[in-house]
Design a protein around this ligand. Structure first.
Ligand SMILES: *Cc1c(COP(=O)(O)O)cnc(C)c1O
Length: 424
């Protein structure tokens, strides 16, 4: 598939049926797989042969869909997880352990912020949060001896800041650690972080990739570019023997291209078990087949709504990287020349109360803890997704209390604008 454009990969990537085989990706609704001899199966347990034995580790349906996502992002290997949360946790925990340290953009999804600031911190992994707009000096100053990775979101949910991927990649690589980028909002149709230096890309496939509010899921893609062996002492999990698999060394046995995803599957998925169901992977693939058709419409609607809101007297501020007045306009143009996504956020005069009143009057845009759906939806982060954050943390993450996030769906933009107008 590598010779085709991303549009064709969305439709046909990952799965090429043989003679007489199903045209659509089959749902392999089986927990387990049958073998003729114990020694055949033993080779799979030893990672001596590749194949399927138990769906908690791998399933053909998931692998077809993961292979498509790897092609879309330009990676060498990928895996699906049960959610975007699991994808980000697995991607980080595949590299880090107790006593390690992470440098992360502070402008990230609330769930990921909690994962690092609360749960991973309890596990002994500390995170230093930096502004996505920090200088190179400030970014470099956040690193420690035990820093193992850098994390950021291409377009942050919900602050809509844009990550300078090259700046973050440069700092990560200067400290011999990989950059993980959560590329959920633009999707590979609008941005491919690996082309700008990211080493690992994660997704909440729940959002645009699924695109229809159907199935919660996640994905991890490895660029295959990070040289674990060159920094062996930093990444013992990948570069020293794994006794639970008879002493194999992932980076030696599977190389740069395969080590990360193989370890993540055979260790973390085995032990933590956050697999995506094959049924959900099938739904995800239906979404992927039209991703390249849907994303331009989401962008068109997002831009039209942002332009309308910007001119409205009751709106204090609009965040949308596609607006010329947005501080991220230039950087967004660099990384996402065809636009980013359909999510717009804006601050209403009158704070929390005005936001609640306004949202109650909307007819097309439903109040939901969701984004990136075919149907327009909206949310006030301060009273929902981000309610665990203090006012200072909210301010630092660029999410004032009166902020409304609207995810523009695939409806007619004029109908959406009319709905906003009557509610305002
Ligand atoms: C939603 C989201 C997540 C979490 O994904 P789930 O599928 O809800 O677990 C992670 N990162 C970003 C950017 C998101 O928007």
């Amino acid at each position: 598939m590598s010779d085709y454009t991303i549009n064709t990969k969305c439709v046909q990537g990952g799965y090429t049926p043989g003679n007489g085989e199903p045209r659509q990706i089959p749902i392999v609704q089986s927990t387990t797989f049958k073998y003729d001899t114990s020694s055949d199966m033993g080779k799979l347990f030893d990672l001596e042969a590749s194949g399927y034995f138990y769906t908690r580790l791998q399933n053909p349906t998931n692998d077809y869909v993961a292979a498509k996502i790897a092609e879309l992002e330009g990676g060498t290997a990928a895996m699906l997880t049960s959610s975007g949360q699991a994808a980000n946790f697995f991607a980080m925990f595949n590299i880090c352990e107790a006593g390690d340290h992470i440098v992360s953009s502070a402008s990230i999804y609330g769930g990921t912020f909690n994962l690092m600031a609360v749960t991973m911190s309890k596990m002994g992994i500390e995170t230093t949060f930096v502004s996505p707009d920090c200088t190179e000096e400030e970014l470099n100053a956040a690193f420690r001896e035990n820093t193992k990775l850098v994390f950021g979101e291409t377009i942050a949910n919900p602050a809509l800041t844009v990550l300078d991927i090259e700046k973050f990649a440069k700092a990560a690589h200067a400290h011999n650690v990989p950059l993980i980028v959560d590329n959920t909002f633009p999707t590979p149709v609008n941005c491919r972080p690996i082309e700008w230096g990211a080493d690992i890309v994660t997704h909440s496939t729940t959002k645009y990739m699924d695109g229809h509010g159907t199935a919660v899921g996640g994905a991890i893609v490895d660029s295959g570019k990070f040289d674990w062996m060159a920094n062996a002492e930093k990444f013992p999990g990948l570069t020293t023997p794994d006794e639970s698999y008879h002493g194999i060394v992932y980076a030696e046995k599977f190389g740069k291209e395969g080590a990360f995803i193989t370890k993540c599957t055979s260790q973390l998925m085995r032990d933590l078990g956050s697999i995506q169901s094959p049924q959900n992977a099938f739904y995800l693939n239906l979404g992927l087949e039209s991703l390249h058709v849907r994303m331009p419409r989401h962008v068109e609607n997002g831009l039209a709504v942002a332009r309308f809101l910007e001119k409205h007297p009751k709106v204090v501020k609009v965040n949308y990287p596609g607006l010329e007045s947005d501080p991220y306009y230039e950087i967004a143009k660099k990384y996402m020349p065809n636009g980013g996504c359909g999510v717009v956020s804006f601050e209403l005069e009158g704070g929390r109360k005005a936001a609640e009143e306004f949202m109650g009057k909307l007819k097309l845009a439903a109040i939901e803890t969701h984004v990136a759906d075919a149907r327009t939806c909206c949310l006030n982060p301060a009273t929902s997704t981000h309610r665990q954050m203090t006012d200072e943390q909210l301010e630092a993450a660029g999410i004032p209390a009166g902020l409304v996030r609207i995810s523009c769906g695939l409806e007619d933009k004029n109908d959406l604008i009319a709905d906003l107008e009557q509610a305002l």
